[in-house]
Design a protein around this ligand. Structure first.
Ligand code: ZN
Length: 100
């Protein structure tokens, strides 16, 4: 699947995804075009590492979440701020471990 023309996207996000065990093991690109209700995504699942693409998915409300088509685990697109906070905490932890 090709990435959208950013000028025509109403929503676009690219996030790293963690496996809830502290590792950044996946990534998602999620977007919605202007005038459309459905989102599209390209996912590298943090849990099963499968690559999947979806042409049409609808979300009721934030936080956006859906199940990985391969392993059925829930992929949650949290707020960007929270994602950054989480990532910083992980990096801090890693730095602390490396300093031991
Ligand atoms: Zn999966």
């Amino acid at each position: 699947m090709e990435l959208p023309d950013f000028n025509k996207a109403a929503y676009f996000t690219k996030r790293t995804l963690d496996d809830r065990g502290g590792g950044i093991t996946g990534e998602i690109i999620l977007w919605r075009m202007k005038g459309e209700k459905e989102f599209k995504y390209i996912l590298d699942c943090p849990f099963c590492k499968e690559h999947s693409e979806c042409e049409s998915i609808e979300f009721e409300k934030k936080p956006y979440k859906f199940r990985c088509p391969a392993c059925d685990k829930i992929i949650r697109i949290g707020k960007l701020k929270e994602a950054l906070k989480k990532r910083r905490a992980i990096e801090k932890k890693k730095a602390a471990e490396a300093a031991k």
